[in-house]
Each structure stands twice: as structure tokens, then as C-alpha cells.
Design a protein around this ligand. Structure first.
Ligand code: ASP
Length: 586
């Protein structure tokens, strides 16, 4: 028997018992006559004590030989602690060591394995197995485990069935590049790894499975950010015989259940809803953070035709009101102006107007706008004494997207984005298509299987760009948690959609023949959605880095620095796969 108890479970009720624990040495405090050791396992930390004269010299000698991260087994009596530690669940007791068995030694770890570590990100990723020993990291993975468990429980109670779908498939067109896998048995041919199980879950609906889900890996070869990984996990779902309302209700139920069971957070109200068009107009984003206001105000009527060319030439003059920020100094305002001018944001400049406490205004365009004109701005922007109005201008899409960034920045700067406040929002009625300037054709905004809204069918032929889709996203705190759509289940309409997206008949048949054929054998109306599981868990944990919630994540270059992957293949392997590589230009 390696242990009778774990390091985290001993309490004062165990005082007097002889116990055996096994774990890692976290810290050693050697005061000569008395030694304390903190022992750690997944369940917690417990203190070991050994005093000369009270325990044998052999035990003392053995303890003195231990080092950080050594794996040991210790037997002894649970005693009451002289100096209790209220911070620690086991802080009332300690174990008086009577027997020490060294199970394995350890090199000195490259960083301290404590809550606050001295290891930088790159080093911790290289030794991820050591980083994973740290409590804050374990807590994140525990949350992840709990969310996946509760997802399965909830979906089971509402009749969803988990079905696995293959990873070696053929390209699914969801907007990203595919990762591909060469086939040895089919020389010169490749599988693609799924960007999502989209077509398979639709086929399962044709097969009559009615309610499907899967917690599943998806693969997309995209540029990476804090909230993107080349392989990530989805809670992928599909339902037959449903309309949009059924899907929204079912998954609002899931999210409420997860927050309640895993975060002890109760959403008492229905999640608010907003159309895509409204979200873009009010927040310039299809995933607005509605934890705070600072909504966009259109200043065209009060800012144009006053002789200020920058505004007069703009399609849209857009403002936000930052409450109580009129005290921003010149220096702070200049910093903001530089911030919006960074290439990532790309604004040419920013105009401001301070609504002073004495009722006057001070703007950066006083030359063109007198006090009365600035009072008009304040009225439209609903700004009061003490507030600050920030203004950007340009063409509609650009200025909205820049103002979205500025609004989020100001929200952060003003401390309005509390990670313990959760603000969900369904965004509805996404456009079906988006025009791509580069390829000069339409792309599916969601994916090609999304159905247009019935009311907009007529526009398909006359003004495809205006067609709205039965597509929806769930946003929370400025993060897209998930999205989906009601699907096309009619072969003719699906064919028309492929045509709109610029596929020839042959191309559509070659790529999606299997789905089009299936639609000829009694496809039920169906729809679904997928949540980004890593993002959901990170948001629940109050973080915007999904990497922290993945046991073995990749870095920004898509590398796993621990196993050093990707890496070149040996020539024999390449030959077997009928592959050759071109020289790499550094
Ligand atoms: N397959 C879609 C995605 O990955 C989700 C869905 O439409 O159900 O975004």
C-alpha cells in the first residue's frame, strides 16, 4: 500500500491516527534540530515534522537528504499543529514522520513549482509536465473536467447521444486552411483533418439520430492568437425537427446548467438577444461585450457641415461617451490617440470633447466647433458633466471596427470588464454571405450548409449580399462562445447555395456529392451549433487565454516546444508516403 490518505484530506479529526502518504516534496525548512517538509499531491499540501530526539536519527538523516520534487512515502502520526495555518485546509495538523521511503529522486526543477512561479511562459511550456503540477494550472484543468462532465450529464438528460465521427476525412469548407495527412495506401492522396464534424453531424440527422453531440477535436490551420489553437475542442451538437427557437432554448439551458454546477453562478433571466445588424450598429462587433454601456452614437447630424473636412468627408462620425473621464489629462489623451493610431487599429486620429464640471466643453477641434456645437454633441451622446466623448470617423465598416477596439480598451481601462460578471448575448440573423474583395466572390459567412431566412428567399437572385441567414452566435463578455444555424435540407437549395459561392456543378458534386445524395433520401429539417469548449471554460474561469485551459497547448507559432513538433520526417518515411519536400527558404 503506497498510501492510506492523500496529502489534501487530513484534518484535526485524524489526530492520533497513524497514516501513510505519498507525494512530492514542495519545500523543506531545516532548522537543525527540527525539519518541516511540505508534501504535495493533486489533492493538496500537508506538513511533515521531524524533531531530533522525538523521531529516530535515521529519519532525520533521510529527511535531510531530500530535495525539491523528490517523490517520497512518509508514515507517521497525525498531531495537532502548534502554529496553525488557516490558509491551508490541512493547516490544523501535521504528520510526525516515523518512516521515510524515497520513491524517486528529482533534478532541481527549472522553475519553482508554486502558485507564484519564477518560470517564464516558454520555460514552463518546455517543462509543461512540471508546470502542470502547479495548483493554479490544476485548478483550470479541474474546471475543464467538470464542465465536460456536466455537459455530458445535461445533454444526456435531454436525449442527446454522443457519436464519434472520423478525424481522417476530406476537407470541410469552413473558411480556414485544412491540416492534411498523406495516405500511404493511396499514394499521392491526402486526408484532411476536420475543421469541425459539420457534414457528419448532418448525415447523422439524415440517419435519424435526432439529437447528436460530441466533445470533439477540430483542426484549423490559421494564424494563432490568445484565443486560438490549431487544434481545439468543440461541444458539437445537432438536432432534427427543430427551428431556431428550439436550438436557442436547448443550449441556453446547457449554458445555464454549466454555470450553475461549475461556477455556482445562476442566470435568472433569459439571455438577451440582438440582431447582427443591431450589434454592428451599437457596438461594431458581432460579439459585443455588454458588461458595460459606452454604446456607439452616430454624430453625423451634429458633426458634419461645420467646416471640419475630416468629418465632412467621412461616411460615419461615431462617438462613445466615457463616464467620468473628463479628468483625463492631455498626456492620457495623447496616449489614447497613439493607441488608436497603432497599425493593429489603424485609425488616422481621434477627436475628443471633455464635458467639464462647470458646464463648458474643451475639445481637440475647438477651432471648428464652438461651445454650442459641442453642447449638441453632448446631447446626442448623452454625455453629462464630467464625461469624455471620443470620436472616430471614416467609412462605416472601418470606423465601427476601430471604435469597437477603442470601446473595449476604454472598458478595460475604466475597470468595467469584471471577469466575475457574465454577460451572455445571442446574436441573431447573421448575413448569409460576405463579399470577398480578393477573390471577387461571395463566401459563406457561417458555412455553406446554413439556410437563408424564408423572408429573404427572393433576394437570393436579386441581391444576395442582403440575404440574412438562420444563423446565430452566443457571445459572452466579448467572446464568441459558439455559433450555429438551421441547415439547408433540400438538395435544390443546397445546389443553389454552392452556385452562389462560385462552385461549378462538377466541383459541388466532387466535394459534397455525398451530402447532396443523402439529401435525396429523406433528410429531416435540422439545425445545431457548436461551442468552443476551450473558450467556454476559459471564460468561465475568468480568463481570455484558452492556452491555460489546455493540458498541452501549442505556442503562437503552432509549436509544441515540449515534444519539439512539428519536425522534419526521415527520408524513408517521406518515400513511403510518396512525398518530397522543397527546400525551405529561411
Ligand atoms: N460547424 C460549425 C462551426 O464549427 C458549428 C455549427 O454550425 O454547428 O462553427
Amino acid at each position: 500500500m503506497y498510501r492510506s490518505h492523500t496529502c489534501g484530506e487530513l484534518r484535526s479529526s485524524h489526530i492520533g491516527e497513524t497514516v501513510k502518504i505519498a507525494g512530492w516534496v514542495q519545500t523543506i525548512r531545516d532548522k537543525g534540530n527540527i525539519i518541516w517538509i511540505d508534501m504535495r499531491d493533486r489533492y493538496g499540501i500537508v506538513q511533515i515534522v521531524a524533531e531530533k530526539g522525538v523521531v529516530t536519527d535515521e529519519v532525520i538523516a533521510q529527511l535531510k537528504d531530500l530535495g525539491r520534487e523528490f517523490v517520497v512515502q512518509i508514515a507517521g502520526e497525525v498531531i495537532e499543529r502548534y502554529q496553525k495555518n488557516p490558509e491551508l485546509p490541512t493547516g490544523d495538523i501535521e504528520i510526525k514522520a516515523t518512516e521515510v521511503v524515497l520513491l524517486n529522486a528529482s533534478l532541481v526543477p527549472p522553475f519553482t513549482i508554486e502558485d507564484q512561479t519564477d518560470g517564464g511562459e516558454e520555460l514552463r511550456m518546455k517543462y509543461r509536465y512540471l508546470d502542470l503540477r502547479r495548483n493554479p494550472v490544476q485548478d483550470k484543468l479541474k474546471l475543464r473536467h467538470k464542465v465536460s462532465l456536466e455537459t455530458r450529464k445535461y445533454l444526456d438528460t435531454v436525449d442527446f447521444m454522443e457519436v464519434e465521427t472520423p478525424y481522417l476525412i476530406k476537407s470541410t469548407p469552413e473558411g480556414a486552411r485544412d491540416f492534411v495527412v498523406p495516405s500511404r495506401m493511396n499514394p499521392g492522396q491526402f486526408y484532411a483533418l476536420p475543421q469541425s464534424p459539420q457534414t457528419f453531424k448532418q448525415l447523422l440527422m439524415v440517419s435519424g439520430y435526432d439529437r447528436y453531440y460530441q466533445i470533439v477535436k477540430c483542426f484549423r490551420d490559421e494564424d494563432l492568437r490568445a484565443d486560438r489553437q490549431p487544434e481545439f475542442t468543440q461541444i458539437d451538437c445537432e438536432m432534427a425537427f427543430v427551428e431556431q427557437e428550439d436550438v436557442l432554448n436547448t443550449f441556453e439551458g446547457l449554458i445555464k446548467h454549466l454555470f450553475k454546477t461549475c461556477r455556482n453562478h445562476e442566470f435568472t433571466e433569459d439571455f438577451p438577444r440582438m440582431t447582427y445588424a443591431e450589434a454592428m450598429e451599437r457596438y461594431g462587433s458581432d460579439k459585443p461585450d455588454i458588461r458595460f454601456g459606452m454604446e456607439f452614437v452616430n454624430l453625423n447630424a451634429v458633426a458634419q457641415n461645420k467646416g471640419f473636412g475630416v468629418f465632412d468627408d467621412a461616411e460615419l462620425v461615431l462617438g462613445i461617451t466615457v463616464k467620468g473621464a473628463a479628468e483625463y489629462t492631455r498626456k492620457q489623451l495623447d496616449a489614447l490617440i497613439n493607441w488608436v493610431k497603432r497599425p493593429q487599429i489603424g485609425a488616422k486620429g481621434m477627436i475628443y470633447s471633455k464635458c467639464n464640471e462647470d458646464g463648458t466643453f474643451k475639445s481637440s477641434v475647438d477651432k471648428f466647433f464652438d461651445q454650442a456645437a459641442l453642447a449638441e454633441w453632448a446631447k446626442v451622446a448623452q454625455a453629462e458633466k464630467g464625461d469624455l466623448i471620443l470620436v472616430l470617423s471614416g467609412d462605416t465598416d472601418t470606423v465601427r471596427s476601430q471604435m469597437n477596439e477603442l470601446r473595449l480598451h476604454m472598458g478595460t481601462e475604466q475597470g468595467l470588464r469584471d471577469p466575475n460578471v457574465f454577460a451572455p448575448l445571442w446574436v441573431l440573423d447573421f448575413p448569409l454571405l460576405e463579399w470577398d474583395e480578393e477573390s471577387q466572390r461571395y463566401h459563406a459567412m457561417h458555412h455553406p450548409f446554413t439556410s437563408p431566412k424564408k423572408e429573404d428567399f427572393d433576394l437570393i437572385d436579386t441581391d444576395p449580399g442582403k440575404v440574412r441567414a438562420n444563423a446565430y452566435d452566443l457571445a459572452m463578455n466579448g467572446v464568441e462562445l459558439g455559433g450555429g444555424s438551421i441547415r439547408i435540407h433540400d438538395k435544390k437549395l443546397q445546389g443553389r447555395m454552392f452556385e452562389l459561392l462560385g462552385f461549378t456543378d462538377e466541383e459541388a458534386k466532387e466535394q459534397f456529392g455525398f451530402l447532396m445524395n443523402a439529401f435525396e433520401y429523406g433528410a429531416p429539417p435540422h439545425g445545431g451549433l457548436a461551442f468552443g469548449f476551450d473558450r467556454l471554460v476559459a471564460t468561465m474561469g475568468g480568463s481570455d487565454s484558452i492556452r491555460d485551459y489546455i493540458a498541452f497547448p501549442k505556442n503562437n507559432n503552432g509549436r509544441d516546444v515540449m515534444i519539439n513538433s512539428p519536425s522534419p520526417l526521415a527520408n524513408e518515411q517521406l518515400t513511403e508516403l510518396y512525398l518530397d519536400t522543397l527546400p525551405v527558404e529561411k
